[in-house]
Design a protein around this ligand. Structure first.
Ligand code: AMP
Ligand code: MG
Length: 401
């Protein structure tokens, strides 16, 4: 598994082209150059609370000071003028701290005396409730590295710096097709011996949640010419081509010869279950990934290999899978030698620890085992079975909540 990922990382060349886009359109896109802050955030000291701004020097040790309120500072409308000893300024959250003051006392910690003075005790310190200039971001600081996928928080950070547009990598174009003489499109009555093509829908769903351009090339029939034509066509359009089916040995295995004609391919038998056969290679400038036909294997191999390949292609770095420990609620039979991905439902127990059970039958054609799952239970090569109460690793499915 890890060797396959390392080979993908080595072979996949990130897209080079960039575009400058308004920052909202940069969400989930890959940042091209490190962003250095042109200014401090916040630009000037301001209040973190509604209260009174004053000089700590105006307070009286062991006693209550009574200060004269000389005006109000609002966010966006500063108090103009100095605040002297014995004086204070009413201040709102986000308002600039007036000249001559060095602390903001929360309203709740003050009292108004009968003659309108603001009463404050001496238990306060310089800088209290003041957000200092540059406290969030210093001028010149790198706030977003190159190669980072931009999150909602990143958009906020860019906006806080006044940056309206950003250079991001072009989105990779991903084309996909199903192969099989038995496949029928949804919307037509099912003919004897045929099945509906589900892989293009689960694939579409997984791709739609990624920042890529999607090209659906439909169903390709099991013959060498159609296969070759489909691959040649896809390679003129896409950075990544994904097919499903037609890669298992013995049957209508037309992907292999078509690829041998058109490109440079590696056929892998990866020691995973489900999803053993996976084809990886290149046609012209396009990366090709031939997934197995079984619907569960399609989703698992996409999750484990295609999604990381798309990360690299997008110009981001491959992230190691996030594995979370969970206590198994069930016995799981397994022989050593392959990494197995069981479909699971993880819940929190009464001590807030993850526990996990399987989603019923686990065959590689049982797609409902996937739709009912919120995680994959990852049983490594050397695992030889799980007993109830054993700890296992789970990987949450990003589309399941
Ligand atoms: P194959 O790898 O082409 O032999 O396919 C393995 C199994 O997956 C067979 O039972 C196929 O009928 C099934 N299969 C292949 N492609 C699809 C698809 N697009 N949708 C649903 N099932 C499929
Ligand atoms: Mg087939």
């Amino acid at each position: 598994m890890s060797e396959a990922l390392a080979r993908i990382e080595k072979r996949v060349i990130p897209v080079l082209a960039c575009e400058r886009l308004p920052i909202r359109e940069c969400l989930n896109r890959v940042n091209n150059e490190a962003v250095k802050s042109p200014r401090k955030v916040p630009p000037s000291p301001n209040s973190a609370m509604d209260g009174y701004a004053l000089a700590i020097g105006s307070l009286i040790e062991g006693s209550i000071a009574e200060l004269e309120e000389i005006g109000t500072a609002f966010a966006g409308v500063p108090y103009i003028g100095d605040c002297g000893p014995g004086q204070c300024v009413r201040i709102m959250t986000g308002a600039l701290v007036p000249v001559g003051t060095d602390a903001v006392i929360m309203q709740e910690q003050t009292e108004l005396s009968e003659n309108g003075k603001v009463r404050v005790d001496a238990n306060h310190r310089v800088g209290e409730n003041i957000r200092q200039a540059g406290e969030d971001i210093e001028q010149g600081e790198i706030v977003i590295e190159a190669g980072v996928r931009l999150s909602p928080a990143d958009l906020g950070v860019l906006a806080s710096l006044g940056i309206a547009k950003l250079q991001v990598k072009r989105q990779p174009v991903v084309a996909f097709f199903s192969t099989g003489d038995e496949l029928m499109p949804v919307g037509e009555p099912l003919q004897p011996g045929m099945i509906y093509d589900s892989n293009r829908y689960s694939l579409y769903g997984m791709l739609a949640s990624l920042p890529v351009e999607i090209v659906d090339l439909g169903v390709v029939r099991d013959n060498p010419d159609s296969m070759r034509e489909a691959l040649a066509n896809a390679s003129t359009k896409a950075d990544l081509i994904i097919s499903t089916g037609g890669v298992s040995v013995g049957e209508a295995d037309y992907i292999k010869p078509a690829l041998a004609d058109l490109g440079d391919t590696e056929f892998w038998k990866i020691a995973i279950k489900p999803g053993r056969p996976l084809t990886f290679g290149q046609i012209g400038n396009s990366i090709f990934m031939g997934l197995p036909g079984n619907p569960v294997a399609v989703m698992i191999t996409f999750h484990q290999f295609v999604a990381p390949a798309i990360e690299v292609l997008s110009g981001a770095s491959m992230k190691p899978p996030l594995l979370v420990p969970a206590r198994s609620l069930e016995r799981m039979r397994k022989k050593p030698g392959r990494t197995e991905f069981q479909r699971g439902v993880a819940t929190l127990d009464k001590d807030n620890q993850w526990q996990v059970g399987k989603t019923g039958k686990q065959g590689s054609g049982i797609l409902t085992s996937m739709s009912r799952a919120n995680c994959l239970i990852v049983l490594p090569d050397d695992n030889d079975g799980v007993e109830p109460g054993d700890m296992v690793s789970i990987q949450f499915l990003d589309w399941a909540h």
